[in-house]
Design a protein around this ligand. Structure first.
Ligand code: HEM
Length: 543
């Protein structure tokens, strides 16, 4: 319920009770001023609820004629639980399959609040690209994430966002990513070395990959983002890793914590005697301190060294566009957005390969055929970018993984002013859902086998080369990085990193699920991680 309306009701009730009490004493002869106020509050609330739950949604809402799902849980709950479905985004996919529509499905959330689900490329393009500054991230999500990310690129809106994005963009250009490939490659080789060392200590060949994956992607963002080898693969107790693992580990308690942030003001949640509040405070404080130290260290090193550094922080420092606090916020953003996302994509790639031995075999053959020895290509002056980007099956496997397991499965936007989506009037404040999990798996856009892992859809049958649209008709059928001015700035970085990780890992190990009968489920609040980790049985292969 809108907080603003509650405040209005409070003051209107106050005015009505004062007028009645002082000017119409015969109407309420036996009550006190407080009693009269309570009576008016109750009457006004009742009218407000009838308006909110019945009159507005069924007779006034501009969306009342749009197609809707069935099976509402009544006016208070309505279809609200949809957004908590597991895996995240799966209920939206069901809705897309079941409700015939022309690009927008309307459903009612808690207290019959209007929600839109965008289902077709034209509507998605309108919100993400053509009118992107009419729509912002929802304030609840921003309040929740700002605790961990400060006011970095991910959290800002409007002109401030345009300014920051322009300053940061050069650090993510293709030329710059090409220079970073040797970092991605050598860290992937180091990862496989660390896994081999752990396998030597184990008889059953079983390891939990997600932990390794978080370590290697943290090391990569450390080197590529800060020019500093965090070395978490060598030091499993690294403070940075421990903090992020604590924050991001999917648990039911954290799910409830996140949901409460969507429903109640931050200040109220912070007042609760909840241990998680204390842990969030401690971990975020520690992350900020570490980032502040990174910035100071980097500034001191840049003064001493004349050689130009290629990491993201050096580029931001050279731009002179950010204060020290601003840089800390950007670092918090890059560390969080830049490691957990690719880590999750890599973990899901290994899962899909473990479930599909034929794909795994074909990919390994392509890698071994084109890359004689993994260590050689980081030491020789080889164009790793050119080599990896030219391998069709490697690119197809990565694209298909990113399609089936988008790390951010659900995103949303709030209209900041009265606007429209493909001609449908949308009043300010309306929340629209853009759901990569559902769009990427929608049979209308990807065909009947949309939910199958089929890397071949990313290979042109005529030329045998990788294509960049899959078998879909539109760019907007693939939403893993979204599109437009608020799309993922790290997309090229992430794709390059994933190529290197998958190539070295699949080239080095044969993989199976440790327990082939156990379903691995995605969970998590903002990003999607395997619940309980990713347990694989690995056999090193000759390379
Ligand atoms: C597989 C890996 C990745 C995926 C799937 C991914 C996905 C996304 C998505 C969906 C968004 C938009 C979120 C929204 O607006 O709701 C986003 C934004 C962003 N991502 Fe990524 N990301 C990945 C890797 C990275 C990496 C490696 C970096 C940095 C090194 C990064 C940095 C960012 C930043 C800074 C934004 C905010 C951009 C803006 O608002 O202008 N991401 N990412």
């Amino acid at each position: 319920m809108a907080r603003q309306s509650q405040i209005q009701i409070f003051f209107v009730s106050l005015a009505e009770s004062a007028i009645s009490f002082y000017f119409l004493p015969r109407v309420f002869p036996t009550t006190t001023l407080a009693g009269t106020f309570l009576i008016f509050l109750l009457i006004n609330w009742s009218f407000y609820f009838v308006y909110l739950l019945i009159i507005y949604p069924f007779f006034l809402s501009p969306f009342r004629h749009l197609p809707k799902p069935g099976g509402s849980y009544g006016p208070i709950i309505a279809h609200g639980p949809i957004m908590f479905s597991q895996p995240p985004g799966s209920a939206f996919l069901r809705m897309m399959k079941e409700v015939p529509n022309d690009g927008i499905i309307h459903y009612r959330s808690f207290f019959h609040e209007d929600r839109l689900l965008l289902t077709e490329p034209a509507q998605i393009g309108d919100v993400l690209v053509h009118k992107s500054y009419d729509f912002e991230k929802s304030p609840w999500i921003r309040t929740f994430l700002r605790q961990f990310l400060g006011d970095g690129l991910l959290m800002t809106e409007g002109d401030e966002h345009k300014h920051q994005r322009k300053q940061i963009m050069p650090a993510f250009s293709f030329r710059h990513i090409k220079e970073l490939y040797p970092v991605f490659w050598s860290k992937s080789v180091e990862l496989c070395g660390a896994i081999k060392a752990e396998l030597l200590e184990k008889k059953d060949g079983v390891i939990e990959l997600n932990h390794f994956s978080t370590q290697v992607t943290m090391d990569i963002i450390g080197l590529a983002g800060l020019g500093r080898d965090i070395g978490s693969l060598r030091n499993a107790d690294d403070e940075l890793i421990k903090n992020y693992e604590e924050i991001l580990e999917p648990t039911a308690e954290k799910g409830i914590y996140f949901v409460l942030h969507l429903m109640f003001p931050l200040r109220l949640i912070k007042m609760l005697p909840w241990k998680l509040n204390e842990r969030v405070k401690i971990t975020t404080k520690s992350l900020k301190r570490i980032c502040r130290e990174f910035v100071q260290e980097k500034k001191a090193r840049m003064k001493m060294q004349s050689e130009e550094q290629i990491d993201i922080l050096s580029i931001l420092l050279r731009s002179n566009a950010f204060s020290d606090d601003g840089l800390v916020d950007q670092l918090l953003t890059f560390l969080a957005a830049g490691h957990e996302t690719t880590s999750s994509a890599f973990t899901w790639a290994s899962h899909l390969l473990a479930l599909n031995p034929d794909v795994q075999k074909r990919l390994r053959a392509e890698i071994h055929e084109n890359i004689a020895l993994p260590r050689d290509i980081s030491s020789e002056k080889i164009d790793i970018a050119g080599l990896l980007e030219s391998l069709p099956y490697l690119n197809a496997v990565c694209n298909e993984t990113l399609r089936l397991y988008p790390t951010i499965p659900v995103s949303s936007r709030v209209a900041t002013r009265d606007t429209s989506i493909c001609g449908q009037y949308v009043p300010a404040g309306t929340l629209s859902f853009i759901v990569p999990w559902a769009i990427n798996r929608n049979p209308r856009l990807w065909g009947e086998d949309a939910e199958k892992f089929r890397p071949e859809r990313w290979i042109d049958p005529g030329t045998g080369r990788a294509n960049y649209i899959g078998s879909a008709d539109s760019n907007y059928s693939f939403l893993t990085f979204l599109h437009g001015p608020r799309s993922c700035i790290g997309e090229k970085f992430a794709r390059a990193e994933l190529r290197a990780l998958v190539a070295v890992f699949c080239g080095s190990f044969e993989m199976q699920m440790a327990d082939p009968n156990k379903m691995v489920k995605p969970g998590g609040t903002i990003t999607s991680k395997p619940i309980g980790g990713m347990w694989l049985r690995l056999h090193p292969v000759a390379w």
